[in-house]
Design a binder for this molecule. Structure first.
Ligand code: PLP
Length: 457
């Protein structure tokens, strides 16, 4: 018995050293070759933020085909929240691959689907009977949420907020705020979608109560509550730039919805699954949504999404009215069960709070040095900075997308992957895996410091 047995539970072991390392130009020669092949067969509509081709990913590190290692501050847009190739997820999925890969839940069901529904019932806000339908993508969850809300209410109208993002299908394109690139030229779009003002404290300066009154008034005047089936909100807007609404905004909207018989739907596709230090961001605002949509982080990187809602709303859909060939696939469902277990085993809610502290401290230091950082905001491991033109941080707050793009490019050259966001493309968002260490964050922040310094701002 010479083998050493790893008895540590709390300390994860990684198959890739958790450090950044740049050994070629970015992109390197092998990535460039792959990119040439890709351009010949993949339409340009599918773009890539950074065309380095990834061969391996583990923890918070991406390794490209040329051997470069990147600190991943995007986690595939908040998908690999438990860490890339997290061992419990890999084991659960691999085990499931041996047992059952597909039957179709609407033909012959299996336990994993039921277990995910139980876990979502347990961990979404609200102590009442719930039902969950599992689908394949976030947009599909939004589509189903709206579909069910319409059936339940017998109404057609769908209300959304400014700066919202809900997907790339036909209905969800109509629900997005930003036209380019998501919907430009792709019409005609679904009707009966109404966009109301949101709460964006940095720009509107309104209290939550004031912003909610404005939103409600707008919807009452332009649609009328009696014609609204649902209001779909992201508790913290994702693509919109991690916009955290003013205190009281969302509870006031929910109260109005409840009074008017409008289904209040929280799109937690980006903000959910432990990312903000709570299972769902709704908890930070005291919300108990009628319906919660989850996707992105739910299955450690496998495609899965869910619509979880009050039993009486969800059961409005007739038998056979919900489902789809791959929805709730056994392998993805097994991975999701492992994700829920890992949130507990790895104390990931606490890890998200640790990351918030480290990121906030570091970003506030940068803000003190560089006046183009207009605002630092976010909750848990969902933190962003909004960049503005020099000298406008407290006046016109003029968007500065150019600086964002320059910083993203600078950071990539040095092995730090940062994502952008915001209607005006002037937000840098940080949504790393919860496996990212403080040391990696400090290293990434030092690269960002150099990046800002390089702008001469
Ligand atoms: C990503 C996202 C969606 C769409 O999810 P897909 O899986 O890409 O279809 C919807 N809503 C929010 C808030 C998202 O972040």
């Amino acid at each position: 018995m010479t083998d050493t047995i790893d008895t540590s539970i709390a300390t994860p072991s990684y198959s890739v050293t958790q450090e950044r390392r740049i050994v070629t130009a970015i992109p390197g020669p092998k990535s460039e070759e792959l990119h040439r092949r890709r351009l010949a067969v993949v339409p340009r509509g599918v773009s890539s933020a950074l065309p380095v081709y990834i061969a391996k990913a583990n923890g918070a590190i991406l390794v490209d085909v040329d051997g470069n290692q990147f600190i991943d501050l995007g986690a595939g847009i908040g998908v690999t929240t438990v860490g890339h190739t997290e061992k419990a997820v890999v084991d659960a999925a691999a085990g499931q691959l041996q047992d059952v890969i597909h039957t179709l839940f609407t033909i012959t069901p299996y336990e994993e689907y039921v277990r995910v529904a139980e876990l979502l019932a347990e961990h979404t806000p609200g102590d009442f009977e719930k039902r969950t339908v599992l689908v394949n993508s976030g947009a599909e969850a939004v589509e189903n949420g709206v579909k069910i809300a319409r059936k339940h209410t017998g109404r057609n109208g769908v209300a959304v907020l400014e700066h919202a993002y809900h997907g790339r299908t036909n209905l969800t394109m109509a629900m997005n705020f930003k036209a380019a690139p998501y919907s430009t030229g792709f019409g005609p779009f679904a009707g009966d979608v109404y966009r109301a003002p949101n709460s964006y404290p940095y720009h509107d300066g309104l209290s939550g109560t004031e912003a909610a009154a404005r939103t409600i008034n707008y919807l009452e005047k332009t649609v009328g509550a009696a014609d609204l089936a649902c209001l779909v909100v992201e508790p913290i807007q994702g693509e919109g730039g991690f916009v955290v609404p003013a205190e009281g905004f969302l509870p006031a909207l929910q109260e109005w919805c409840t009074a008017q018989g409008i289904v209040f739907i929280a799109d937690e596709i980006q903000s959910g699954m432990a990312r903000t230090g709570a299972y769902f961001a709704s908890e930070h605002f005291g919300l108990v949504p009628d319906m919660v949509l989850s996707a992105k982080g739910i299955a450690g990187g496998l495609p899965l999404a869910g619509v979880t809602g009050r039993a009486e709303i969800m059961d409005a859909a007739q038998p056979g009215g919900l489902g789809g060939t791959f929805g709730g696939n056994p392998v993805a469902a097994a991975a999701a069960i492992a994700v829920f277990e890992q949130i507990e085993a790895g104390s990931l809610l606490a890890e998200a709070k640790r990351i918030e502290q480290t990121l906030y401290a570091g970003l506030l230091e940068l803000q003190a040095k560089y006046d183009i950082i207009g605002e630092v905001r976010g909750i848990g491991a969902m933190v962003a900075i909004e960049l503005v033109e020099p000298g406008t941080a407290s006046t016109t707050k003029t968007p500065n997308a150019e600086a964002v793009n320059a910083i993203v490019a600078f950071a990539a050259q040095r092995g730090v992957l940062v994502l952008t966001a915001g209607t005006y493309g002037n937000v840098l968002r940080f949504l790393p895996s919860l496996a990212v260490s403080d040391a990696l964050l400090a290293d990434a922040l030092s690269v960002l410091d150099e990046a800002f310094a390089s702008l001469g701002a």
